[in-house]
Design a binder for this molecule. Structure first.
Ligand SMILES: [Fe+2]
Ligand SMILES: [Fe+2]
Length: 715
């Protein structure tokens, strides 16, 4: 765990795979180092960071010619997460500004511009595969358990991960890291190791004269200008972040030098550590000095050094004589109880260990103590890997919706925000469990799962929704034509807690635990569109804010307490956006539900509903663009609805290739549970609105109907 011995792998694991249980992302202390050159402006900073990169290239350590695979494997924990330092900066509350949009574009570029095959992490994996090297993905447990990786390999990656999860006050460090990573690209040793590949796309996207690299540098430069425009730029902090990265990369490069050969005792200890994880549970009846081997191997209190010392004195081993030791000559040979457990290289380790044992067979104290950190590191990771997701005890009372909104939007780094989100979400999903029952799906023509059934169902919904939306404006309005102008504005305000964070349900797909698959790349494209695709005035939240401002309604910024306490809001107006934020905290765990919820959001309103909303606003001379835009951008042919359908198909088809059909069927049900949860979330707000408006609206409608008084006059 953070701050404890051997915790680097654990911290990496936790930041990648359990962001919802995130450790406090403390910035490395080297960032506070003040012995740094002064930079007065963005140009000077740019040059200074570039020079730092050149210095790194000049300081490359000499490595043996055959070290290329080692270098490439060692850089994997970092390369697979390319862009992760921007994670917090691309969340929905940071992207309504020009700087936020630029960083969003930079992140989009790092993650493949909407295509998983172009994701820089995936390109690196492909480059390794071309050299015959396989590494697990950061989304699996196996990467953290990979014996080929060292603590320094994870430490290098951890710097970016921590900066990417730091609070918005760490913006200068994010920018410093981003400029440095953009300018320097992968370390020279990594580039040289890949240089022999004829067509390494990973190298190409980082090559200085190539289009993508030029684009990345342009964005990085623009980010500095946008940052300067905010006033009082802290250039020294940006430089310090680059210096921290430089420092970490030097440490990493130094760690690549060939290690001192392990002693026979150390090699044996490493072997025992790797085996006992699998051996525990199989050796209840095998005794060593009155204790079962399972007791020696128990992951909750392993005593591997003691085990080895005892084994060395046991009848299985003749110290100094592997050729007479029953452990080597009988137990591990054909017919022995451990035949096939060790491969030839491992048997050689056993052989050397026994050969090196002095007659007294006692390990030197230094070797015993040297083995402790490794076993405690193992212990840390194994505990983390077996932990089930933490769920807070169910509170009888959650905070109010506006307060949850504020917390989930502004404090993602707080561990209790994650448990609050989890609790809220599971309650909401539980409430719509019945919508995913087989008989319900069957009735709707949705069972069993098939891509065609999904297409047919969505097409039918779109036809229903769109059919009535083609008439001219005046014919579109029903009872809502009797709403007064102030009531229409009030209605619009109820939509703003959601509209200002449009896209929030998808912000979790930016996280490294979700971002590499084809379906999540598609979801990220939708997310980027919701945020304006790099253009601040096209940011959906900004569009709604501008419409209201034109009408004299100026709301506080949505990440403030003043916003959630604004007296014009119904508390139920926060129900939908709170659900969006809650699922974004747990996108990996609730990925099928997220796919369903996303489809529900994108499909909702397309056609008649958006057209009627636009007509109503036009009727009162209020800019309808927010709704006009959604009717086009969410369209079912090539817009967000189409992408949402495709994301579900990609996910389920991929799952069907590697999972039991029962799991695919369950995922299909969970998708519909997510869909239903979105529909259900807006019900309380609609009820509250109806209660507020219906009495006077109904009266005006009745007067207009019975007395023939025109709507405008009636209002
Ligand atoms: Fe939108
Ligand atoms: Fe959309």
């Amino acid at each position: 765990m953070p701050g404890q011995k051997g915790s680097i792998r654990s911290a990496y694991y936790q930041l990648v795979q359990r962001p919802q249980e995130s450790i406090e992302p403390v910035l490395p202390s080297v960032l506070l180092d003040r012995q740094l050159p002064r930079c007065e402006g963005s140009e000077e900073l740019w040059t200074a960071i570039r020079e730092l990169g050149l210095r790194e290239e000049a300081e490359q350590p000499a490595l043996p010619a055959d070290s290329q695979p080692t270098v490439l494997i060692a850089y994997a924990p970092t390369a697979l997460l390319d862009g992760c330092w921007l994670l917090r900066s691309v969340q929905v509350d940071r992207t309504d500004s020009l700087l936020g949009q630029i960083l969003l574009d930079a992140f989009y570029l790092e993650t493949g511009s909407g295509s998983a095959t172009q994701h820089h992490g995936n390109l690196y994996r492909a480059a390794l595969a071309a050299q015959g090297i396989a590494v697990a993905s950061p989304q699996s447990d196996a990467l953290c358990q990979d014996d080929r990786l060292t603590e320094e390999d994870f430490a290098l990656a951890l710097l970016g991960l921590r900066i990417g999860r730091a609070s918005p006050s760490a913006l200068p460090e994010v920018l410093g890291m981003h400029v440095a990573m953009t300018l320097w690209g992968p370390p020279l040793r990594v580039r040289s190791a890949l240089a022999e590949q004829v067509q390494s796309q990973y190298l190409a996207v980082h090559q200085r004269d190539q289009k993508e690299q030029r684009c990345a540098e342009q964005l990085a430069k623009r980010s500095l200008l946008a940052y300067a425009a905010l006033g009082t730029p802290a250039w020294d902090r940006l430089y310090a972040a680059a210096a921290a990265l430089h420092h970490q990369r030097r440490k990493w490069l130094a760690s690549l030098r060939p290690k001192r050969k392990q002693t026979a005792w150390q090699a044996m200890m490493t072997l025992v550590e790797s085996k006992c994880r699998h051996g525990f549970g199989f050796h209840r009846n095998v005794q060593l000095q009155g204790r079962s081997l399972d007791a020696w191997f128990d992951p909750s209190k392993p005593n591997l050094a003691g085990f080895l010392a005892t084994l060395a004195r046991s009848p299985w081993v003749v110290p100094g004589h592997p050729e007479h030791s029953p452990l080597l000559q009988r137990t591990t040979q054909f017919g022995g109880s451990m035949f096939g457990v060790f491969d030839d290289a491992e048997l050689a380790v056993l052989h050397d260990w026994i050969a090196a044992l002095p007659d007294s067979a006692t390990a030197p104290p230094s070797e015993l103590s040297a083995s402790e950190p490794a076993s405690s590191a193992l212990h840390d990771v194994s505990i983390l890997l077996t932990q089930s997701p933490k769920e807070a005890a169910i509170q009888s009372q959650l905070p109010s919706l506006p307060i949850i909104y504020h917390r989930l939007l502004t404090a993602p780094h707080r561990a209790d925000s994650a448990s609050l989100a989890h609790q809220f979400l599971t309650q909401r999903l539980h409430a719509v469990e019945s919508a995913a029952r087989v008989e319900v799906l069957h009735r709707q023509g949705l069972w069993p799962w098939s891509a065609q059934r999904l297409t047919d169902w969505v097409d039918a919904r779109l036809r229903e929704q769109v059919a009535a939306g083609t008439a001219i404006d005046s014919e579109l309005l029903g009872i809502e034509r009797h709403l007064r102008r102030d009531q229409v504005l009030w209605l619009l305000c109820q939509l703003t807690p959601a509209a200002l964070i449009d896209g929030a349900w998808l912000q979790g797909v930016a996280s490294p635990d979700c971002s590499c698959a084809e379906s999540s790349s598609l979801l990220f494209r939708i997310y980027r569109d919701e945020l304006g695709a790099g253009i601040p005035h096209q940011h959906h939240g900004n569009i709604m804010r501008a419409v209201l401002a034109e009408q004299g309604v100026v709301l506080p910024s949505c990440d403030t307490l003043d916003f959630v306490r604004w007296p014009g809001f119904l508390p139920d107006s926060f129900a939908t956006p709170v659900q969006w934020l809650a699922i974004s905290y747990h996108s990996r765990e609730f990925y099928p539900e997220l796919l369903g919820l996303n489809l529900a959001v994108e499909l909702a309103g397309v056609g008649q509903m958006y057209s009627r909303a636009s007509a109503l606003l036009r009727h009162h001379h209020i800019d309808p663009y927010f709704f006009v835009l959604h009717n086009t951008i969410d369209n079912g042919a090539s817009g967000h609805t189409a992408w949402s359908v495709r994301a579900i198909k990609l996910y389920l088809e991929e799952l069907a290739q590697c999972a039991d059909p029962a799991l695919v069927a369950r995922a299909w049900q969970r998708i519909w549970q997510g869909y239903a949860a979105h529909d259900r979330a807006s019900a309380p707000m609609l009820r509250a609105i109806a209660l507020r408006l219906f009495p006077s609206l109904g009266l005006r409608w009745l007067r207009a109907k019975t007395l023939g008084i025109p709507a405008v006059e009636a209002s």
